[in-house]
Design a protein around this ligand. Sequence first.
Ligand SMILES: O=c1ccn([C@@H]2O[C@H](COP(=O)(O)OP(=O)(O)O[C@H]3O[C@H](CO)[C@@H](O)[C@H](O)[C@H]3O)[C@@H](O)[C@H]2O)c(=O)[nH]1
Length: 347
Amino acid sequence: MTTGHEDATVLITGGTGSFGRTVAARLLRDGVGQVRILSRDEAKQDDMRHTMGDDRLRFYLGDVRDEGSVDKAMRGVDHVFHAAALKQVPSCEFFPMEAVRTNVQGSENVVRAADRAGVRSAVFLSTDKAVYPVNAMGMSKALMEKVARSHGLNNPTTATTMACVRYGNVMYSRGSVIPLFLSQMRAGKPITITNPHMTRFMMSLADSVDLVEFAFHNARQGDLFIRKARACTIADLAAAMLRLFRSDSQIEIIGTRHAEKVSEALASREELSKAIDMGDYFRIPLDSRGLDYELYVAEGDARQAEFLDYDSHTVPRMSVEEVEELLLTLPEIRSELALAGLTSSRV
Ligand SMILES: O=c1ccn([C@@H]2O[C@H](COP(=O)(O)OP(=O)(O)O[C@H]3O[C@H](CO)[C@@H](O)[C@H](O)[C@H]3O)[C@@H](O)[C@H]2O)c(=O)[nH]1
C-alpha cells in the first residue's frame, strides 16, 4: 500500500489483529516512514513486534476510550486506519454501553485527535451490521459512521479527510464460523448451523484490505465505501466445507443466536440511490446539504423507490462450487487441506 510519500507516518488503531497486521505488512513492504500501532494488549504487541521485526514499526499502549493516549499516538501522523472496536455481537448485547464507549466515544476521540494533529486522512472500519442495525454492535458502528462522516460538515476548514468502509463477514476471521466448522469436523463432531437459509456476504481478508486501500486512495470528505461482494447461505457454506475436507460430519440445526439477522445489507436503498458505481466498489457520498432543515423536508428523492437494498438475500448467490472456489483462495484453508493430506482438484 503506497502513501504517496516515503516518509509518511501511519497510525493503525486496534492494529494487532489480522487486519492491522496485513495493512502494516503492506505499508512496510511498499516503503513507508513509520507504522504506529495503538492497542491495549501488550502481549499481542510483543508478538507482532517479534514476528514482523521491522524498526519502522512502533507500538503505543493505550485505549481509544482515553483521549490522552490517542493524542499521544497521533502526534506527527499523516494517515490513520481506525480498526479498534468491540466487534462481537453477543458481548455488545450484554454490555451495550461498553460498545458505546469504545465504538462511538472512542471513535470520536480518534476524530478529534486526528483533527487536532492535522492528519491528512482517516479511514474508519465499519460493518454491514451497521445497516438497519438490530444489535448493539451494529448500532454503535452506525453511530461511529455518523460521527466520522459529519466531522467535515461541522468543521469545513479541517485538514483531515474522514471516510468509512463497511465490511461483510471476513472469512476465517478469529472466532467466526469457518474456523468453527473446521474444528468441529476435525473433532468428528456435528457441524452446528443456526439457520440454513441465513445468508452472509463473504469477503477474504485480502478483499477487505483492498477495500480500505481503495478508500484511502479515493476518499473525499465524508465518503463511505463498500466493496461489491458475493453472498451464500450458511447451508451452502457448510456443504462446501464438508466437501473440501471430505468430511462425513452430520449437521445439527441450533437455531438463530442472540440479535442475529437472517440477512445483512452492505448498503440501504436510500444510500444506493446516491451511490457512485466505481467498478468493484460503490462510493456513497455524504449528504452535503447544510443544516437547513427545510431542504430535508421539502426535497424528496423519487429515485429511491427504484433501488433495492444491497442485501445478502438479493445479490446473486454463490453456488456450493463457487463457495468452494472462494474458500480455496484463502491461505488458511489451503494449509489446513495440506495438513490433512488433502488436495483439491480445484487448487
Ligand atoms: O455455530 C454457528 C455459528 C454461526 N453460524 C452462522 O454463520 C454465519 C456467520 O457467523 P459468524 O462467523 O459468527 O459471523 P457474524 O455473527 O455474522 O459476525 C461476524 O461478522 C461481522 C461483520 O458482519 C463482524 O463484525 C463480527 O465480528 C463477526 O463475528 C451467521 O449466519 C451465523 O448464524 C452458524 O451457522 N453456526
